[in-house]
Every structure is written in structure tokens, then in C-alpha cells.
Write a protein that binds this ligand. Structure first.
Ligand SMILES: Nc1ncnc2c1ncn2[C@@H]1O[C@H](COP(=O)(O)OP(=O)(O)OP(=O)(O)O)[C@@H](O)[C@H]1O
Ligand SMILES: [Mg+2]
Length: 330
């Protein structure tokens, strides 16, 4: 595979996505619509589509429709001829011409200005376009991959996205499933990233505390694979030891996962329903609270434990002791 990486995962839905990518890449289609929540790998899939296609030797041009100001977008994409407007002293080749023979990735396509949506549609239909201010039309051979993290049909109904362009784009579409729908893939990807970061940071982390495995399975991962990867990288950078512990996970994530229903694991703070359970739950809730306090103090002190101890009214030794007890360090 390419050096950009591969789409890791064993869940049936992602296996199907990979199969579709291979098929679409080799096809002659000039448009592909990618749909997936943020962090599911749309950028990665767009590159895979290019690299597995007959266009691989051509350019892959990545355009984020949300990042370029509307006023510049037209000339960025279509270019202009000398004298097209005041200040156009020389001609400018647009990105579409630069992508000739290759692929153009239109990320966040729903942000594309309505005027440009119309120009794009005409280009898709005729494979010809005009530079801004030019009478001459130019023929190009480009595959357009458009990506969105919102269901475009909703935008179409609200009148924000042209329906004719939508129907043109969605002829060949690929859905990338959210991480929370992919069961064991959370662990498959965790292992993948632990290997990657072990190599990158020259230290081996290869175990997860059972409570962390349980938490990863229940958390909703709104930022999908990017969120998982960022979380693990942060732990590689900031924490020590060979094991990822519950204390390494930001309280926000722990709380959300706990709120998401009963856990098969015992390490949970669900409301106790018997008095005998109270002791245990009280201790766990107190520990969770103390972990939050210590993490916050460490954050505010930029990781300086003496400062963090002062904020909490603890000696450095006492803080260290609590951190070990709470699993915040080994
Ligand atoms: N299945 C996967 N296997 C390996 N790496 C993945 C996978 N999915 C995503 N990634 C990695 O996660 C990160 C986020 O993916 P990417 O940037 O492609 O997401 P995206 O869908 O484009 O998100 P956004 O909508 O926020 O732009 C990238 O570093 C990507 O390589
Ligand atoms: Mg992206």
C-alpha cells in the first residue's frame, strides 16, 4: 500500500468499504461522493482512491471548500486570463487545470458557493470549463472526489446545495462507517496505533487495563479514528509505563462512557442499588473526583508537579503518592 497508510479495520462494514474503494478506484467514474463523520478517514480514502486508480501518476489536488474564501475560490479553481479583471496582469492556471489527468479532492463540498456549484456541474457534464474572463473553453480530464460529513440531502432540502449537483455526485458514493458502529475495530485500531507510536516515540506501550478496554468499547467516539489516535498519542507523550490506565484517560471521556449504560466490567460508578454497594461506589466516585482534581491541577501547572501540589495544598511527596494510588502514574 501507499505510504499514506491503509484503512485499518476488520468489521464487515469497513471490509465492504475497502472493497468498494478498490472497485471505484479502478472504474472510469469521474465523480465520487464520500460521506463520513469527522475523523472517519475521508481524506485517507480520497488518497487511496487516487493511488489505486489509473490516475495515480497524475496530481492529487486537495481543496478544502470551507477553508478558501468565497471571493478567491473561483480563480483558485478555474484560473483566469490576463486582463480578466483589474489587477489580472498575468494569466493564472487554476487548480482544475493542474489536476488534469489526476484527481481533485473537494473536501467539505457543501460549503461550495452556489455559483461555483453551477460551474462545477457544467464541468462534470461537459468536461470543459472557461477560465475567469475567458471566452475559450478548455477540456480537462479530472476525477472529482467530493467529501461531506453532513448528509447532503438535508442541505438540498434546505436549498443550500443544488439538487442537480447532488444527484450528479451521488451516482457513485462511498459511506465510511462511524467508529462506534464498528465493534472490535476500536481495539484493532488501538493496537495499530500502539505499534505506530511505539516506533515513533521509541518506547513500548502494549497493554490496556481491563477498565480501559471496557471504556473504549462504550465511549461514543464523536471524533472517530482521529480522536482515538490523538488520545493514544497524547498518552504516549505524557504518561509513563507499559500499560494504559483509566487514570490516563481525560475525565470527560470517562464520564461520557460511564453515562452510556451498564458495563459488564465491575469498575463502574453506576448508582448503587444496595447498601453493601455503597462503600465501593463511594470510594470509586471519590477516586474519580480526586483524579479530576489532580489532572486539572497538572494541566494548569503545565505538568509541573510541585506547582500542582501547591494548587491542591499537597506536598510533592503526597501528590506523588496519590497519583500512584489513583493509577495516574506507575
Ligand atoms: N481506518 C483507518 N485506519 C487507519 N487510519 C485511519 C483510519 N481512519 C482514519 N484514520 C486516520 O485518522 C486520521 C483522520 O482521518 P481523516 O483526516 O481522513 O478524517 P476525515 O474523515 O477527513 O475527517 P474530517 O471530516 O474532520 O476532515 C488520519 O490521520 C487518518 O489517517
Ligand atoms: Mg478530512
Amino acid at each position: 500500500m501507499s505510504f499514506h497508510g491503509e484503512l485499518i479495520g476488520e468489521h464487515a462494514s469497513i471490509v465492504e468499504t475497502r472493497r468498494l474503494i478498490a472497485k471505484v478506484a479502478r472504474s472510469s467514474t469521474r465523480t465520487v461522493l464520500l460521506y463520513g463523520e469527522t475523523g472517519t478517514g475521508k481524506g485517507l480514502v480520497a488518497r487511496m482512491l487516487h493511488e489505486q486508480s489509473a490516475r495515480a501518476s497524475g496530481e492529487f489536488i486537495d481543496v478544502n471548500c470551507a477553508a478558501i474564501p468565497v471571493s478567491l475560490m473561483e480563480s483558485e479553481l478555474f484560473g483566469y486570463d490576463r486582463g480578466a479583471f483589474t489587477g489580472a496582469m498575468v494569466k493564472k492556471t487554476g487548480l482544475i487545470e493542474a489536476a488534469h489527468g489526476g484527481t481533485m479532492f473537494l473536501d467539505e463540498v457543501r460549503e461550495l458557493d452556489p455559483v461555483l456549484q453551477a460551474k462545477l456541474l457544467s464541468l462534470l457534464d461537459t468536461q470543459r470549463f472557461r477560465r475567469v474572463g475567458s471566452v475559450r473553453s478548455i477540456e480537462v480530464d479530472v476525477r472529482f472526489i467530493a467529501a461531506t460529513n453532513k448528509i447532503l440531502l438535508g442541505e438540498v432540502r434546505k436549498g443550500l446545495f443544488r439538487d442537480d449537483l447532488y444527484y450528479r455526485l451521488q451516482v457513485v458514493s462511498i459511506n465510511i462507517p462511524a467508529l462506534r458502529e464498528r465493534g472490535e475495530d476500536v481495539m484493532v485500531l488501538t493496537e495499530h496505533f500502539m505499534r505506530t507510536f511505539s516506533a515513533r516515540y521509541g518506547r513500548t506501550v502494549f497493554r490496556l487495563e481491563p477498565a480501559v478496554i471496557d471504556l473504549f468499547a462504550r465511549y461514543s467516539w464523536p471524533g472517530n479514528v482521529r480522536e482515538l489516535s490523538n488520545l493514544l498519542e497524547r498518552i504516549f507523550i505524557l504518561e509513563e509505563g507499559e500499560t494504559i490506565r483509566i487514570g490516563h484517560i481525560p475525565p470527560r471521556i470517562v464520564r461520557e462512557a460511564r453515562e452510556r449504560g451498564a458495563s459488564p466490567a465491575p469498575s463502574d460508578t453506576a448508582a448503587p442499588d444496595r447498601v453493601e454497594d455503597l462503600d465501593q461506589s463511594f470510594a470509586q466516585a471519590t477516586d474519580a473526583f480526586q483524579r479530576d482534581l489532580i489532572r486539572d491541577a497538572l494541566e494548569r501547572s503545565g505538568g509541573n508537579r510541585v506547582r500542582a501540589g501547591q494548587l491542591l495544598g499537597l506536598t510533592r511527596h503526597a501528590l506523588r503518592h496519590q497519583m500512584v494510588r489513583l493509577g495516574l502514574v506507575d
